[in-house]
Design a protein around this ligand. Structure first.
Ligand SMILES: Cc1ncc(COP(=O)(O)O)c(C=O)c1O
Length: 411
Protein backbone atom coordinates (compact mmCIF):
# COMPACT_ATOMS: atom_id res chain seq x y z
CA UNK A 1 0.00 0.00 0.00
CA UNK A 2 1.08 3.56 -0.72
CA UNK A 3 2.88 5.51 1.95
CA UNK A 4 2.19 9.04 3.14
CA UNK A 5 4.55 11.74 2.01
CA UNK A 6 3.86 14.24 4.74
CA UNK A 7 1.29 13.05 7.20
CA UNK A 8 3.57 11.85 9.94
CA UNK A 9 5.43 15.17 10.04
CA UNK A 10 4.86 17.26 13.11
CA UNK A 11 3.81 19.93 13.68
CA UNK A 12 0.88 20.01 11.28
CA UNK A 13 1.75 22.02 8.21
CA UNK A 14 -0.92 22.56 5.57
CA UNK A 15 1.69 23.54 2.95
CA UNK A 16 3.24 20.08 3.33
CA UNK A 17 -0.10 18.31 3.50
CA UNK A 18 -1.18 19.98 0.27
CA UNK A 19 1.69 18.30 -1.58
CA UNK A 20 -0.09 14.97 -1.06
CA UNK A 21 -3.01 16.17 -3.20
CA UNK A 22 -2.37 16.11 -6.97
CA UNK A 23 -5.41 18.33 -7.55
CA UNK A 24 -3.51 21.38 -6.34
CA UNK A 25 -1.17 21.12 -9.30
CA UNK A 26 -4.08 22.76 -11.20
CA UNK A 27 -3.42 25.97 -9.28
CA UNK A 28 -7.08 26.29 -8.27
CA UNK A 29 -7.82 27.86 -4.89
CA UNK A 30 -10.39 25.24 -3.92
CA UNK A 31 -12.81 26.61 -1.33
CA UNK A 32 -15.65 24.11 -1.57
CA UNK A 33 -14.63 21.27 0.74
CA UNK A 34 -17.94 21.24 2.60
CA UNK A 35 -19.38 20.15 -0.72
CA UNK A 36 -16.75 17.56 -1.55
CA UNK A 37 -13.10 17.27 -0.58
CA UNK A 38 -9.98 16.60 -2.63
CA UNK A 39 -8.25 13.20 -2.34
CA UNK A 40 -4.64 12.52 -1.36
CA UNK A 41 -2.44 10.15 -3.33
CA UNK A 42 -2.73 7.66 -0.50
CA UNK A 43 -6.42 7.22 -1.34
CA UNK A 44 -5.90 7.24 -5.11
CA UNK A 45 -3.16 4.60 -4.83
CA UNK A 46 -5.24 2.36 -2.59
CA UNK A 47 -8.02 2.37 -5.18
CA UNK A 48 -5.61 1.87 -8.10
CA UNK A 49 -3.99 -1.02 -6.29
CA UNK A 50 -7.36 -2.71 -5.98
CA UNK A 51 -8.15 -2.27 -9.68
CA UNK A 52 -4.68 -3.33 -10.79
CA UNK A 53 -3.96 -6.19 -8.41
CA UNK A 54 -7.05 -7.72 -6.83
CA UNK A 55 -10.06 -6.47 -8.70
CA UNK A 56 -12.86 -8.95 -7.87
CA UNK A 57 -16.09 -9.08 -5.95
CA UNK A 58 -16.13 -9.47 -2.18
CA UNK A 59 -17.61 -12.15 0.11
CA UNK A 60 -18.48 -14.41 -2.82
CA UNK A 61 -15.43 -16.32 -4.02
CA UNK A 62 -12.81 -18.58 -2.48
CA UNK A 63 -9.94 -17.61 -4.81
CA UNK A 64 -7.01 -15.56 -3.60
CA UNK A 65 -7.64 -12.15 -5.16
CA UNK A 66 -11.22 -12.11 -3.90
CA UNK A 67 -9.94 -12.97 -0.44
CA UNK A 68 -7.59 -9.97 -0.61
CA UNK A 69 -10.41 -7.72 -1.85
CA UNK A 70 -12.67 -8.93 0.95
CA UNK A 71 -9.92 -8.41 3.51
CA UNK A 72 -9.38 -4.80 2.35
CA UNK A 73 -13.13 -4.13 2.17
CA UNK A 74 -13.66 -5.44 5.69
CA UNK A 75 -10.49 -3.61 6.75
CA UNK A 76 -12.32 -0.35 6.06
CA UNK A 77 -15.16 -1.43 8.32
CA UNK A 78 -12.71 -1.98 11.15
CA UNK A 79 -10.97 1.36 10.39
CA UNK A 80 -14.35 3.10 10.59
CA UNK A 81 -15.18 1.32 13.84
CA UNK A 82 -11.92 2.60 15.32
CA UNK A 83 -12.38 6.11 13.90
CA UNK A 84 -15.87 6.53 15.39
CA UNK A 85 -15.19 4.35 18.46
CA UNK A 86 -18.10 1.98 17.86
CA UNK A 87 -18.43 -1.14 20.01
CA UNK A 88 -18.48 -3.46 17.05
CA UNK A 89 -17.77 -3.46 13.31
CA UNK A 90 -21.16 -5.17 12.93
CA UNK A 91 -22.74 -1.80 13.66
CA UNK A 92 -20.93 -0.20 10.70
CA UNK A 93 -23.01 -0.28 7.52
CA UNK A 94 -21.58 0.70 4.15
CA UNK A 95 -23.81 3.11 2.25
CA UNK A 96 -23.30 5.46 -0.68
CA UNK A 97 -23.25 8.43 1.67
CA UNK A 98 -25.10 10.39 4.31
CA UNK A 99 -28.23 10.64 2.17
CA UNK A 100 -28.52 6.89 1.83
CA UNK A 101 -27.80 6.35 5.53
CA UNK A 102 -30.58 8.72 6.60
CA UNK A 103 -33.02 7.25 4.07
CA UNK A 104 -32.19 3.78 5.37
CA UNK A 105 -33.14 4.82 8.89
CA UNK A 106 -36.28 6.67 7.74
CA UNK A 107 -37.41 3.58 5.84
CA UNK A 108 -36.27 0.62 7.91
CA UNK A 109 -36.57 2.11 11.39
CA UNK A 110 -39.11 4.85 10.69
CA UNK A 111 -41.81 2.84 8.97
CA UNK A 112 -41.78 0.32 11.80
CA UNK A 113 -41.61 2.72 14.71
CA UNK A 114 -43.27 5.99 13.73
CA UNK A 115 -47.05 6.09 14.03
CA UNK A 116 -49.80 8.66 13.39
CA UNK A 117 -49.53 11.60 15.78
CA UNK A 118 -45.90 10.89 16.73
CA UNK A 119 -43.57 13.87 16.89
CA UNK A 120 -40.32 14.11 14.91
CA UNK A 121 -38.05 17.01 15.91
CA UNK A 122 -35.47 18.36 13.48
CA UNK A 123 -33.70 21.70 13.11
CA UNK A 124 -33.84 24.56 10.64
CA UNK A 125 -30.11 24.08 10.05
CA UNK A 126 -30.58 20.68 8.37
CA UNK A 127 -29.44 19.70 4.90
CA UNK A 128 -32.26 18.54 2.61
CA UNK A 129 -31.13 14.96 3.09
CA UNK A 130 -32.02 15.26 6.77
CA UNK A 131 -35.36 16.89 5.99
CA UNK A 132 -37.02 15.28 3.00
CA UNK A 133 -36.87 11.63 4.21
CA UNK A 134 -38.69 12.72 7.40
CA UNK A 135 -41.27 14.71 5.45
CA UNK A 136 -41.98 11.61 3.37
CA UNK A 137 -42.17 9.45 6.50
CA UNK A 138 -44.48 11.95 8.20
CA UNK A 139 -46.75 12.08 5.15
CA UNK A 140 -46.93 8.26 5.07
CA UNK A 141 -47.50 7.71 8.76
CA UNK A 142 -49.37 10.81 9.90
CA UNK A 143 -46.52 11.88 12.18
CA UNK A 144 -45.79 15.58 12.64
CA UNK A 145 -42.57 17.53 12.28
CA UNK A 146 -41.41 20.37 14.51
CA UNK A 147 -38.36 22.50 13.74
CA UNK A 148 -35.89 24.00 16.17
CA UNK A 149 -35.23 27.58 15.10
CA UNK A 150 -31.97 29.57 15.19
CA UNK A 151 -31.17 32.91 16.78
CA UNK A 152 -29.63 35.91 15.01
CA UNK A 153 -26.18 34.26 15.11
CA UNK A 154 -27.43 31.12 13.41
CA UNK A 155 -27.27 29.05 16.60
CA UNK A 156 -30.07 26.74 17.70
CA UNK A 157 -32.57 28.14 20.17
CA UNK A 158 -32.12 25.60 22.91
CA UNK A 159 -34.97 26.87 25.08
CA UNK A 160 -37.33 26.09 22.18
CA UNK A 161 -35.67 22.69 21.76
CA UNK A 162 -36.26 21.87 25.41
CA UNK A 163 -39.90 22.91 25.13
CA UNK A 164 -40.27 20.49 22.19
CA UNK A 165 -38.64 17.70 24.18
CA UNK A 166 -41.37 18.08 26.79
CA UNK A 167 -43.78 16.89 24.11
CA UNK A 168 -41.88 13.54 24.11
CA UNK A 169 -40.79 13.24 20.47
CA UNK A 170 -40.31 9.75 19.07
CA UNK A 171 -37.33 10.87 17.01
CA UNK A 172 -34.88 13.76 17.21
CA UNK A 173 -32.63 14.34 14.23
CA UNK A 174 -29.92 17.00 14.03
CA UNK A 175 -26.67 17.82 12.34
CA UNK A 176 -23.40 17.94 14.25
CA UNK A 177 -22.27 20.90 12.11
CA UNK A 178 -24.28 23.02 9.66
CA UNK A 179 -22.92 22.75 6.13
CA UNK A 180 -24.58 26.03 5.14
CA UNK A 181 -23.29 28.43 7.80
CA UNK A 182 -20.81 26.33 9.80
CA UNK A 183 -22.58 26.35 13.20
CA UNK A 184 -21.18 23.69 15.53
CA UNK A 185 -24.24 22.44 17.36
CA UNK A 186 -24.00 21.36 21.01
CA UNK A 187 -24.76 17.87 19.73
CA UNK A 188 -23.66 15.90 22.78
CA UNK A 189 -25.85 17.92 25.13
CA UNK A 190 -28.76 17.84 22.70
CA UNK A 191 -28.50 14.07 22.26
CA UNK A 192 -28.31 13.59 26.01
CA UNK A 193 -31.43 15.71 26.58
CA UNK A 194 -33.32 13.93 23.77
CA UNK A 195 -32.44 10.50 25.19
CA UNK A 196 -33.66 11.59 28.61
CA UNK A 197 -36.93 12.60 26.97
CA UNK A 198 -37.18 9.07 25.55
CA UNK A 199 -36.44 9.86 21.88
CA UNK A 200 -34.43 7.87 19.38
CA UNK A 201 -31.70 10.18 18.05
CA UNK A 202 -30.02 10.42 14.67
CA UNK A 203 -27.02 12.66 14.13
CA UNK A 204 -26.10 13.78 10.61
CA UNK A 205 -22.31 13.68 10.75
CA UNK A 206 -21.67 14.68 7.12
CA UNK A 207 -19.71 17.74 8.30
CA UNK A 208 -18.89 16.52 11.79
CA UNK A 209 -16.95 13.35 10.98
CA UNK A 210 -14.54 15.03 8.52
CA UNK A 211 -13.83 18.16 10.55
CA UNK A 212 -14.20 17.23 14.21
CA UNK A 213 -14.29 13.45 14.19
CA UNK A 214 -16.72 11.60 16.40
CA UNK A 215 -16.90 9.17 19.26
CA UNK A 216 -20.36 7.66 18.85
CA UNK A 217 -20.32 6.16 22.34
CA UNK A 218 -19.52 9.49 23.89
CA UNK A 219 -22.03 11.32 21.68
CA UNK A 220 -24.70 8.90 22.85
CA UNK A 221 -26.88 8.91 19.74
CA UNK A 222 -28.61 5.89 18.16
CA UNK A 223 -27.69 6.48 14.51
CA UNK A 224 -24.85 8.45 12.94
CA UNK A 225 -24.50 8.96 9.17
CA UNK A 226 -21.62 10.41 7.14
CA UNK A 227 -20.05 10.53 3.66
CA UNK A 228 -16.56 9.44 2.63
CA UNK A 229 -16.21 12.01 -0.14
CA UNK A 230 -16.27 14.89 2.34
CA UNK A 231 -13.38 13.39 4.30
CA UNK A 232 -10.76 12.80 1.60
CA UNK A 233 -12.35 9.57 0.35
CA UNK A 234 -14.05 8.89 -2.97
CA UNK A 235 -17.69 9.52 -3.84
CA UNK A 236 -20.01 6.53 -3.48
CA UNK A 237 -18.80 5.32 -0.09
CA UNK A 238 -20.37 6.43 3.17
CA UNK A 239 -21.30 4.99 6.53
CA UNK A 240 -24.32 4.50 8.69
CA UNK A 241 -23.53 3.55 12.25
CA UNK A 242 -26.40 2.32 14.40
CA UNK A 243 -26.86 0.71 17.78
CA UNK A 244 -26.80 -3.01 17.31
CA UNK A 245 -30.14 -3.77 18.98
CA UNK A 246 -31.88 -1.19 16.79
CA UNK A 247 -30.24 -2.43 13.59
CA UNK A 248 -31.08 -6.02 14.47
CA UNK A 249 -34.75 -5.20 14.97
CA UNK A 250 -34.96 -3.35 11.64
CA UNK A 251 -36.01 -4.82 8.29
CA UNK A 252 -33.62 -4.59 5.33
CA UNK A 253 -33.63 -1.41 3.27
CA UNK A 254 -32.75 -3.06 -0.05
CA UNK A 255 -33.16 -6.72 -0.91
CA UNK A 256 -31.17 -9.01 -3.20
CA UNK A 257 -27.81 -10.75 -3.25
CA UNK A 258 -25.49 -10.81 -0.22
CA UNK A 259 -28.10 -9.71 2.33
CA UNK A 260 -29.56 -13.21 2.73
CA UNK A 261 -28.84 -16.29 4.78
CA UNK A 262 -31.04 -18.63 2.75
CA UNK A 263 -33.55 -18.13 -0.03
CA UNK A 264 -36.28 -20.73 -0.61
CA UNK A 265 -39.44 -20.64 -2.68
CA UNK A 266 -41.33 -20.29 0.59
CA UNK A 267 -39.34 -17.30 1.79
CA UNK A 268 -35.98 -15.83 2.81
CA UNK A 269 -33.93 -15.45 5.96
CA UNK A 270 -31.65 -12.45 6.18
CA UNK A 271 -27.91 -12.26 6.76
CA UNK A 272 -26.64 -11.09 10.13
CA UNK A 273 -25.36 -7.56 10.60
CA UNK A 274 -23.88 -5.74 8.82
CA UNK A 275 -24.57 -7.59 5.55
CA UNK A 276 -28.34 -7.48 6.09
CA UNK A 277 -28.08 -3.85 4.97
CA UNK A 278 -25.58 -4.35 2.13
CA UNK A 279 -27.60 -5.82 -0.74
CA UNK A 280 -25.99 -6.27 -4.13
CA UNK A 281 -22.46 -5.65 -5.35
CA UNK A 282 -20.91 -2.92 -3.28
CA UNK A 283 -18.60 -0.06 -4.28
CA UNK A 284 -15.52 -2.11 -3.41
CA UNK A 285 -12.83 0.28 -4.67
CA UNK A 286 -14.56 3.23 -3.04
CA UNK A 287 -14.92 1.47 0.30
CA UNK A 288 -11.21 0.62 0.16
CA UNK A 289 -10.52 4.28 -0.68
CA UNK A 290 -12.52 5.37 2.36
CA UNK A 291 -10.37 3.11 4.56
CA UNK A 292 -7.25 4.79 3.16
CA UNK A 293 -8.78 8.23 3.80
CA UNK A 294 -9.38 7.33 7.42
CA UNK A 295 -5.78 6.14 7.81
CA UNK A 296 -4.63 9.41 6.32
CA UNK A 297 -6.83 11.53 8.61
CA UNK A 298 -5.64 9.54 11.62
CA UNK A 299 -2.06 10.19 10.49
CA UNK A 300 -2.74 13.94 10.50
CA UNK A 301 -4.64 13.82 13.80
CA UNK A 302 -8.21 15.12 14.08
CA UNK A 303 -7.19 17.67 16.71
CA UNK A 304 -4.60 19.15 14.35
CA UNK A 305 -7.21 19.31 11.60
CA UNK A 306 -9.73 21.11 13.80
CA UNK A 307 -7.08 23.57 15.01
CA UNK A 308 -5.86 24.30 11.49
CA UNK A 309 -9.40 24.91 10.23
CA UNK A 310 -10.09 27.24 13.13
CA UNK A 311 -7.00 29.30 12.26
CA UNK A 312 -7.91 29.53 8.59
CA UNK A 313 -11.53 30.38 9.43
CA UNK A 314 -10.48 33.15 11.77
CA UNK A 315 -8.10 34.51 9.15
CA UNK A 316 -10.81 34.40 6.47
CA UNK A 317 -13.45 36.03 8.67
CA UNK A 318 -11.11 38.88 9.54
CA UNK A 319 -9.95 39.42 5.97
CA UNK A 320 -13.44 39.26 4.45
CA UNK A 321 -14.87 41.56 7.14
CA UNK A 322 -12.56 44.31 5.94
CA UNK A 323 -14.37 44.45 2.61
CA UNK A 324 -17.20 47.01 2.53
CA UNK A 325 -20.79 45.76 2.22
CA UNK A 326 -19.93 42.18 3.10
CA UNK A 327 -22.05 40.33 5.67
CA UNK A 328 -21.03 37.01 7.19
CA UNK A 329 -23.73 34.60 8.41
CA UNK A 330 -23.38 32.31 11.40
CA UNK A 331 -21.74 32.21 14.82
CA UNK A 332 -18.40 33.52 16.11
CA UNK A 333 -15.31 31.53 15.20
CA UNK A 334 -15.24 29.62 18.53
CA UNK A 335 -18.49 27.85 17.64
CA UNK A 336 -17.97 27.63 13.90
CA UNK A 337 -16.39 24.95 11.71
CA UNK A 338 -14.39 25.76 8.57
CA UNK A 339 -17.27 27.40 6.72
CA UNK A 340 -17.75 31.10 5.97
CA UNK A 341 -21.07 31.88 4.33
CA UNK A 342 -21.54 35.48 3.26
CA UNK A 343 -23.32 37.95 1.01
CA UNK A 344 -21.90 40.97 -0.77
CA UNK A 345 -24.16 43.95 -1.15
CA UNK A 346 -25.28 44.45 -4.75
CA UNK A 347 -23.78 41.20 -6.13
CA UNK A 348 -25.76 38.00 -6.50
CA UNK A 349 -23.80 34.98 -5.18
CA UNK A 350 -23.89 33.30 -8.60
CA UNK A 351 -22.37 36.38 -10.25
CA UNK A 352 -19.76 36.50 -7.53
CA UNK A 353 -18.82 32.85 -8.11
CA UNK A 354 -18.48 33.47 -11.84
CA UNK A 355 -16.14 36.42 -11.31
CA UNK A 356 -13.98 34.78 -8.65
CA UNK A 357 -13.74 31.71 -10.86
CA UNK A 358 -11.90 33.88 -13.40
CA UNK A 359 -9.29 34.34 -10.66
CA UNK A 360 -9.03 30.57 -10.24
CA UNK A 361 -11.03 30.55 -7.00
CA UNK A 362 -13.65 27.80 -6.60
CA UNK A 363 -16.38 29.31 -4.43
CA UNK A 364 -19.82 27.77 -3.89
CA UNK A 365 -22.96 29.84 -4.44
CA UNK A 366 -26.51 28.73 -3.76
CA UNK A 367 -28.84 27.47 -1.07
CA UNK A 368 -26.40 24.70 -0.05
CA UNK A 369 -29.27 22.19 0.08
CA UNK A 370 -30.65 24.09 3.06
CA UNK A 371 -33.59 26.02 1.59
CA UNK A 372 -35.57 26.29 4.85
CA UNK A 373 -32.52 27.94 6.43
CA UNK A 374 -32.14 30.38 3.52
CA UNK A 375 -35.80 31.35 3.94
CA UNK A 376 -35.23 31.79 7.67
CA UNK A 377 -32.20 34.02 6.98
CA UNK A 378 -34.26 35.86 4.36
CA UNK A 379 -31.73 35.40 1.55
CA UNK A 380 -32.15 33.54 -1.76
CA UNK A 381 -28.62 32.16 -1.58
CA UNK A 382 -25.21 32.81 -0.06
CA UNK A 383 -21.59 32.56 -1.14
CA UNK A 384 -19.78 29.91 0.86
CA UNK A 385 -16.06 29.37 1.34
CA UNK A 386 -15.21 26.12 3.12
CA UNK A 387 -11.84 24.81 4.22
CA UNK A 388 -10.01 21.60 4.99
CA UNK A 389 -6.63 20.11 5.79
CA UNK A 390 -4.99 21.48 2.65
CA UNK A 391 -6.37 25.04 2.72
CA UNK A 392 -3.69 27.71 3.07
CA UNK A 393 -3.84 31.44 3.76
CA UNK A 394 -2.92 32.14 0.15
CA UNK A 395 -6.26 30.56 -0.95
CA UNK A 396 -8.07 33.00 1.33
CA UNK A 397 -5.99 35.96 0.09
CA UNK A 398 -6.90 35.05 -3.48
CA UNK A 399 -10.58 34.91 -2.52
CA UNK A 400 -10.45 38.33 -0.87
CA UNK A 401 -8.70 39.88 -3.89
CA UNK A 402 -11.20 38.29 -6.26
CA UNK A 403 -14.20 39.52 -4.23
CA UNK A 404 -12.68 43.03 -4.20
CA UNK A 405 -12.35 42.80 -7.98
CA UNK A 406 -16.04 41.79 -8.27
CA UNK A 407 -16.94 44.81 -6.17
CA UNK A 408 -14.99 47.07 -8.54
CA UNK A 409 -16.83 45.56 -11.53
CA UNK A 410 -20.24 46.01 -9.90
CA UNK A 411 -19.49 49.49 -8.47
C1 LIG B 1 -24.82 18.31 6.69
C2 LIG B 1 -24.99 17.46 5.46
N1 LIG B 1 -25.84 16.44 5.49
C3 LIG B 1 -26.00 15.63 4.44
C4 LIG B 1 -25.32 15.83 3.27
C5 LIG B 1 -25.54 14.89 2.12
O1 LIG B 1 -24.38 14.18 1.85
P1 LIG B 1 -24.27 13.25 0.56
O2 LIG B 1 -24.68 14.08 -0.60
O3 LIG B 1 -22.83 12.86 0.53
O4 LIG B 1 -25.17 12.09 0.79
C6 LIG B 1 -24.43 16.90 3.17
C7 LIG B 1 -23.73 17.20 1.91
O5 LIG B 1 -23.48 18.36 1.60
C8 LIG B 1 -24.24 17.73 4.31
O6 LIG B 1 -23.38 18.73 4.28
Amino acid sequence: MATFTSTSRQPFNAEHVRKDFPFFETGVAYLDSANTSQRPRHVLYAMDEYFEQFNSNVHRAAYHVSEVATERYEGTREAVRRFINAHSAKEVINTRGTTEGINLVAYSWGQKNIKAGDLIVLTILEHHSNIVPWQILAAKTGARLEWVDVDEQGELRLEQYHALLEQKPKLVTLSQISNAIGTINPAKQMVHDAKRAGATVLVDGAQGAPHQGVDVRDLGCDFYAFSGHKMLGPTGAGILWGRRELLEAMDPFMAGGDMIKAVRQEGTTYADLPLKFEAGTQAVAEVIGLGAAIEYLEGLGMENITRHEREITEYAMEALSELPGLRIFGPPVERRAGVVSFEVEGIHPHDLSTIVDRHGVALRAGHHCAMPLMIRLDVPATSRASFYVYTIKDDVDRLVEAVADAQRIFA
